[in-house]
Design a protein around this ligand. Structure first.
Ligand code: S3P
Length: 171
């Protein structure tokens, strides 16, 4: 087993790039468990993410996100998909980089734009923003994704190809 596979894998990247689809497929291939931290947060607070943002605000969501990630990152044999804003928090970056192998799914703005209509409704961070604002957010988030061990360019890759690339890079 490659050194990297002794630790759980954390998938990072901008919202809607496919962390969940790639993560589920990767977990299946490794025979590991898949965990989506957004789902964990929603379960623990018993509310959809959009409602958590609306009712309690982003600060409460981020605090819970950090708590969930801190706990899960210590577990073995997990593929963990974290929200696109998780790495805004310095402590979250440090926890993930120390305990897990962090894999960035990198999708260019042009490719990402094609997905926007499919994801906007369930992403409160994108609501009430112009396209220019969203592009600015995309650019701002980029710097938080510099903290990774492995980067996979997914512009021209299917889910299966992305998974194969990750497996190649980790073993
Ligand atoms: C967020 C991304 C979402 C979710 C929440 C906030 C963000 O996760 O955590 O809506 O700030 O980028 P995905 O990246 O899985 O869409």
């Amino acid at each position: 087993m490659g050194r990297h596979l002794e630790q759980s894998i954390v998938l990072i990247g901008f919202m809607g790039v496919g962390k969940t689809s790639v993560g589920k497929s990767l977990a299946e291939k490794l025979n590991w468990k898949f965990i989506d931290t957004d789902e964990e947060i929603e379960k623990e607070l018993n509310l959809p993410a959009t409602e958590i943002f609306r009712t309690f605000g982003e600060k409460v969501f981020r605090a819970k996100e950090k708590e969930v990630i801190e706990r899960i990152s210590h577990e073995k044999n997990k593929v963990i998909s974290v929200g696109g804003g998780a790495f805004l928090q310095k402590e979250v970056r440090a926890i993930c980089l120390e305990n897990c192998t962090v894999v960035l799914l990198d999708l260019s703005w042009d490719h990402w734009l094609d997905r926007l209509p499919l994801i906007i409704e369930t992403r409160p961070v994108l609501h009430n923003r112009s396209l220019d604002d969203i592009q600015q957010l995309y650019e701002e988030r980029k710097s938080t994704y510099n903290y990774h061990h492995v980067k996979v360019d997914i512009d021209e890759r299917s889910i299966e190809e992305a998974v194969d690339q990750i497996m190649n890079d980790l073993t």
